[in-house]
Every structure is written in C-alpha cells, then in structure tokens.
Design a protein around this ligand. Sequence first.
Ligand code: TRP
Length: 467
Amino acid sequence: MATTPHHAHWSSRWTFMLAAVGSAVGLGNIWKFPYQAGLNGGGAFVLFYLVFVFLIGLPVLMAELSIGRRAQRSPVYAMEQVAREEGRSKYWVLLGWSGVIGGFLILTYYSVVGGWVLAYIAKATLGFSGFDADTSRAAFNALAGDPVEPVVWHVAFMAITVAIVAQGVKAGLEKAVKLLMPTLFVLLIGMVLYAAVAGDLAAALKFLFQPDFSTLFFVTTIDPVTGTEIQTFTITRVLNALGLAFFSLSLGMGTIMTYGSYLTKDVNIARSAATITFADSAVALMAGLAIFPIVYAVGLNPDENVGLVFITLPIAFGQMTGGAIVGPAFFFLLAFAAITSAISLIEPMVSFVEERTGGRRPNIAVLIGFLVTAIGLLSAWGQTNNLLGDVSVFGVNFMTAKGYLTDNIMMPAGGLFIAIFSGWFISRKNAMDELALNDGAFRKYYFLVKYVCPVAITAVFVSVLFF
Ligand code: TRP
C-alpha cells in the first residue's frame, strides 16, 4: 500500500464513526429531509428515499470508503492512484475533481442555511413565546429577506468551519464530536416525544408513512384558461429522493473517500457503513417526527419549503415548558451538526490543495473559506424579497439552482461512476481484499454495486429527461 508518509489517521474506530456520522448527519437530515418530504408529497417520497438510502447509498458508501482507505490520499489523488494500480484510464481522476468542486459548491449554500441556524440560536435565547403560524413565518421571512443579517451569520458559520479545518480534521473534530453528536441524538428523541404528545401525531404518521404514489408521480397544476386541474406525470420527485439520499449520506463528492483515507486497515468498512447509514436515516426520520405533528397541530402546510424547520419548531419551543432552554440547545446542536458536515464539505478541497502545493493548511483553509463565503453571498441575497430575490436561474433562485445541480445531477452522477468504477474497473479480488467480507456478504455488495446502482441511477436519470 502506497501511504503518504505524513497522512494522518483517526485515533480509533469510534472516532472515525463519530466523524463520519458527524459528516452525514447535518442540515440534510434535519432541514432538508422534512422540507423535501413536505414539498414532494410525503409517504411515497419517504419510502423511495429510504429504499435509495439502503439499496444505493449503503453500497456506494462502502465503495467510497474502500477507495479512500486503499489510496490513503485525498479524492483526486486517490482516484488517480487506484485507477493506475488497476491499469485503468487516467480520466477516472475526473471523478475526484468533481467531488472537490461539488463539495465547494454545496458549501456555498449550506453555509447560508448554517448561518440561519446560528441566527436562530440567538433568537431562541430571547424566546418564541406566543409564536403562531403567521408570526413564525413572518419572523423567518424577515431573516431570509434581510440583506445584512444572514450575511453576518453566514460569515460567522464559515469562520468557525475554517478555524476547525485549519487545525486539521483530526485535532479539530474528534474532541467535539464525541460529546455533541450523542447529545443531539438524545435531544431529538425528547423533541419527538414532545411532538407526539403536543402535536397531531396521527396526521404526521399518515403524511410521512402512508405512501400515496400519485403524489410522487403526478403534479397537479391548474389550467390558467379553463381553471381545471391537470395531472402531469413526473419522475423529478423520484430524482429528488435519490438526490436527498446521496446528500444526507454525504455521498458522491469524495467527502467520504477523504474520511476513508484516514482509516486504518483494521476497521470493518461494511459494519461501519451500515451503522452510519442507520444513524443517518434515523435522524432524518426523527426530525420528520419532531416537526410534522407540530405542522398539523398549528395549521401550517407541509410545503413551507426551505423555511419549514425554522417556522415550525419555534412554535413548539414557544409553547413547551422549558422551551427557553430546549430551543437554544436544539439550535446550538443543529449548528454543531451542520458545522461537522461543513467541515467534511471543504476538507476534500483543502486536503487536495495541501497535497498538491505542500502549502500550510491554515492558509489554504482561510483562502478557500474566503471564496466559499464570497460565492455564498449569492445564495443569501438570492432569497425571496432579498437583494437578488428576483434574479432567476432556470426559473428558480440561486440557492435552489445550486441545490439542483449538486443534489440532483452531480451527486447521483458521482455515485453512478463510483459504483461503475468499483464494480467493473477494480478487480474482484482487490475489492474483496479491501472489504474483508465473507463470501455471502461480499456477493451481495458486489451485486448491488455492479448492477443495481448503475442500472437504477441511470434509469432515474434517463426517465427524468423524458418526463
Ligand atoms: N450529509 C450532510 C448533511 O446531511 C451534508 C454533506 C456533508 C454532504 N458532506 C457532504 C453532502 C458531501 C454531499 C456530499 O447535512
């Protein structure tokens, strides 16, 4: 194994697990999953999301971890090296590049939402007493539409992220993650229980878990001339579910490959990947269960879009006893979860530039952080009623456009090529050695990576072109 001499390693399997779960669990689970489930019609979408997570996400996660660990280098060099060792085209390196750039692009809007979370820590300390659907929505719209406040928090969010990355992922991340990830988990359970008692649990369960496939495959529009409802067949929502599965597991962009590169040989990749996948989808479902009972109890709509979490939860915090403590604690832990994910989004690019130039990590981190912050202004100002709110890219605002490009195109495409590379271009023997699985388990993995992932992802892509 060609190991770069100074390449760091996690201090134990446990710290790797926490860092990987820290990367996976973030705004994707707690902000994006609920609002996407709301926009895409609920049950059937959630079912597809879960199927994609386990049938496609889990094998791709294992594949990414194996490539990273085998090469012990950042994604660009990892792809270059493994392709060379397997006697394959040097163009596989492009996959590493797309990850470095994709992580960067995601972070330019991720950090704006992270900034909203920071803003809500401050707001939660002042309390949300008396918040109802209208006041809460107005408060969120006032924040998102303000030209200055979200920018200040976006800068703060990036500054914290950069400060940690500058110290190196290991030193910066391990300590914090050990305490705060488990705390977030416990707090979420508490919020689910609260919502079950205080909210409309039955309506939430029905929305999240009773699949109505017509909501997934058909969108309803009103004919402007005749006023009649038109049902149009669509695959876009299936692609949204696929994109969300990749997003919430941090896949297809080299993030997990980078984390795999800090792994030692004795870690069981399959078992770790399964744990990460379970923890990640559990957090998404818990977030849904904490939010939707409140949505129905206070007369909000599931399709509040990007504001859903920020509008719904303050109402609950305003009503519950101890809300003045639980509220700030929740947003603090969410901010923390978002930061551990943001770190993993910027890390592939930072470690690449570090390996490439031999430059000092703190300088590189600051420079890249600065670029992300600058481009991120477009996402902050592109919100409805904000400075660039009227500017549209393909009919949507900047943040939505970047989200579509990264989640629905780059990530599934990245996952597709990682699956193809791992299934068809790495020799079976090498794949088996790296995963160290027994025959039966390996055969299942190989079948998924080699056939199921490429066929399923391609099928979704191709059908979206037609519908
Ligand atoms: N998974 C993270 C979340 O759910 C976001 C994230 C971190 C990510 N690293 C990634 C998404 C790499 C795609 C690729 O919030």
